[in-house]
Design a protein around this ligand. Structure first.
Ligand code: BG6
Length: 512
């Protein structure tokens, strides 16, 4: 007979890791709160967290910006964002409670507005019980990081009073620099004011359920890991394809391009999770150490004119809609050489991955929106079936479907029913939508909550950011000298050079 379990509150057992933790007393200041990201993602995520009961009772949200807004004006703005973007059902009760803690402070990044802000936060600590625990979300271009951090330091907002266990954290958004050198400078600026342990860099891909599932898939199971290496895997394809164009983002995107926007962060983080060794624990330091190790071993393959590809979308048919090309997009310099498609071949120089190319690609205005990681296996060492019997048999694959149809597919050959022995590719699918009734939280929900909880596993460190740039820099330098990117019609799968990049090794991109 097993001993009876001591009584625990079944709703909230502190030791039960299946239950989400609630953030302790705290508040958040958002800089750049009138921007697109705050409106579409951050404000709805904060409401959803409140609605799920994961924020503390006195949670306080402070917007800081130039507008002459009253508390009511800002509340109306937040409510608009929430009604449009929240994933959970709108509840007047939850909203009323949250709105009590919504405040706006008027000021610009380079004036005495920060003195007002500091004083207001101190008042709110008393009125709302935020415990002097503040997270500062810099939802602004990195050019402003330095000014904002220095202002916070000047007015004494960056560090809590000595001898207390209050905390101050800064949450920053990419782009973390333009190359390795600028990333170093940016890190130095931020770290001069906030110690690394208080810096939370957002890579929203790490907040996605399917991305975290890479760890579960690899390390909680027995069937995958023995094959997860160069003995069995032929190559790896990591794809992040979007069907949208640049829309109103031309200003941000021109001069940045697909590689800096997506490969440097999202795709290299996916590569790190797929290729790393098993961490000794899932504590942040252990996880980050493995990611750093694998990023350090990752290098571009050469020659870059054959192992990389880039393109710019031209007008074309996106489904049934005829869309304009990049050069016609409003606000975009028609002579710009910024790429909207980028692909590269990387190698991970380790015993596990020697000789296995990792192909990464991302692009706008491609055939459809899909992110996936495909591990494509070598052919069986001996094929006992005759040639005519295996014509429809490709290479086996494990495909991690990150989005939008979240799940995992295994592709292998199966006998076609009938009197002949013909083997054809089939798919075995696991779909989140069918397997689970639980809904995946939005990435920003997870990451904002983690930052409030001081749980840093899902945030890249400065070392990871700098290493990612060191992988990409040679490619970007080569492209800077290589003239205009190749055009590809919208709605297709990118430039031809991207197909040639794989064909030279007898490979082909999957058509997801
Ligand atoms: C952002 C990029 O990081 O990710 C955007 O800056 C891109 O260009 C976006 O559109 C895609 O995110 P998601 O979650 O829709 O795949």
């Amino acid at each position: 007979m097993t001993a009876p379990r001591p009584w625990v509150n079944p709703l909230r057992d502190a030791n039960d890791k299946r239950l989400p933790r609630i953030a302790g007393p705290s508040g958040m200041v958002i800089f750049g709160v009138t921007g697109d990201l705050a409106y579409k993602k951050l404000l709805p995520a904060i409401y959803d967290l409140a609605n799920r009961g994961l924020l503390p009772a006195g949670f306080t949200l402070v917007g800081f910006g130039r507008r002459q807004w009253s508390k009511q004006d800002f509340c109306d703005y937040v409510r608009g964002a929430v009604e449009k973007g929240a994933r959970t059902t709108f509840s007047e009760n939850v909203w009323t409670h949250l709105a009590e803690g919504i405040e706006f402070v008027t000021g610009s990044f380079d004036d005495a507005g920060f003195d007002l802000l500091r004083d207001r936060l101190a008042e709110l600590d008393v009125a709302r019980g935020t415990g002097s625990n503040w997270a500062y979300y810099l939802s602004v271009p990195p050019d402003f990081f330095s000014t904002i951090c220095h202002q916070m330091q000047r007015v004494g907002m960056a560090t809590p009073a000595e001898g207390t266990d209050a905390w101050r954290r800064v949450i920053i958004e990419k782009p973390f620099g333009h190359d390795q050198e600028s990333a170093r400078k940016l890190n130095a600026i931020v770290n001069a004011v906030f110690p690394e342990s208080s810096v939370f860099r957002i890579d929203h891909y790490l907040g996605k359920e399917t991305v975290q599932n890479i760890l579960a898939l690899r390390f909680a199971n027995q069937i995958f890991e023995p094959m997860w290496n160069a003995h069995y895997i032929d190559h790896v394809q990591i794809t992040m394809a979007e069907d949208i164009g640049l829309g109103g983002r031309a200003g941000y995107y021109d001069g940045i391009g697909a590689a800096r926007d997506v490969i440097q962060n999202h795709l290299l983080q996916l590569l790190a999770l797929v290729a790393m060794e098993e961490p000794s624990s899932f504590e942040p330091a252990a996880l980050q150490a493995e990611k750093i190790k694998v990023l350090r071993a990752t290098k571009p393959e050469y020659p870059l004119n054959k192992t990389t590809a880039r393109g710019q979308y031209a007008a074309g048919w996106q489904g049934s809609e005829y869309v304009q090309g990049l050069r016609e997009e409003e606000g975009f310099d028609p002579h710009s050489s910024t790429e909207t498609y980028a692909a590269c071949t990387l190698s991970v120089n380790s015993r596990r991955w020697a000789g296995v190319p990792f192909y990464l690609r991302t692009g706008k205005r491609l055939g459809r929106r899909v992110t996936e990681i495909a591990l494509v296996f070598k052919h069986a060492p001996y094929q006992p079936f005759g040639e005519g019997q295996t014509e429809a048999l490709g290479q086996n694959a494990v495909v991690i479907r990150v989005q939008p149809d979240e799940g995992v597919t295994m592709r292998f050959g199966s006998k076609v029913p009938g009197s002949t022995m013909e083997v054809r590719d089939v798919n075995m699918d696991f779909a989140y939508a069918e397997a689970f009734t639980e809904e995946s939280p939005e990435a920003y929900e997870r990451l904002i909550l983690d930052a409030l909880l001081d749980e840093s596993s899902l945030f890249p460190t400065n070392a990871e950011v700098e290493l990612s740039w060191s992988i990409l820099d040679p490619i970007l330098n080569y492209w800077a000298e290589a003239g205009q990117p190749e055009e590809y019609p919208a709605g297709t799968w990118g430039p031809r050079s991207a197909d040639r990049m794989l064909a030279r090794r007898g490979h082909a991109w999957r058509r997801p």
